[in-house]
Design a protein around this ligand. Sequence first.
Ligand SMILES: Nc1nc2c(c(=O)[nH]1)N[C@H]1C(S)=C(S)[C@@H](COP(=O)(O)O)O[C@H]1N2
Ligand SMILES: [Mo]
Length: 240
Amino acid sequence: MAMDSAPTLPPGQKLRGIFPRFGLPWFAHKFPMVLDRVEIRIGGNVAQPVVVSRQLAALPRTEQVSDLHCVATWSRLDLHWSGVRFRDLYEQVVLPEARPLEGATTVIIRGQDGYIGIMQLYDLLADDVLLADHLDGLPLTLERGAPIRLVAPAHYGYKGLKYVDRIEFWRDDRHYRFAGPSFLKLLEHRRGRVAFEERSDTLPNWVCQLIYPPIIGITAWMFRVGAAYYQRRQKKTVSD
Ligand SMILES: Nc1nc2c(c(=O)[nH]1)N[C@H]1C(S)=C(S)[C@@H](COP(=O)(O)O)O[C@H]1N2
Ligand SMILES: [Mo]
């Protein structure tokens, strides 16, 4: 049967033939300030905060093909990313230079657009977690998270921070707050693994599967309008 060749998707996910720029609607009009160079600030409970820029070029580069599963139930398969492994950054730069204090294993990642993510260090050290600067052979575009984004295929899309600005290693989660309005905190999951359908800490999956699909289109539209507006403004500033 033709079913044999159908890609197997994680529970509750659907191929919808889309790959929108996506996120919480509050971020549709927000963009990185610095696009032409990578600078990642490392901080939190560390002995020495550091700014990582040229050190990235010294790390081994890696490529991988992986899927993106948005918690809102759309998936995109076979994305060809390249960049450096988070683990290499951690072992070769963060450990020797920033020197996180013992137990500083809760990681808060902040994007240049103000978006915030939280993950545990043991999940970030997996083989397939990258800080990617290329997608499908080309430098990341504005829509895809330029100049550098986190790729964490085992986790829902909202853990894959675009426009990475800061990575903080903390002993607890006191410094974390949800990126959107606090009444929507119930939408997120602290771990967010796709295979275990960890969509939300609070809402049952059947509720997520009911409320998300109807808002995919409008959210994607808001993000498209936001990007178009930003591009127009950029062009105007260049030509002024
Ligand atoms: N900085 C930042 N990272 C982000 C987002 C965002 O709005 N800002 N949206 C997240 C969500 S919910 C998803 S599904 C993916 C979408 O990636 P894409 O815009 O390349 O499709 O980015 C994630 N990372
Ligand atoms: Mo998402």
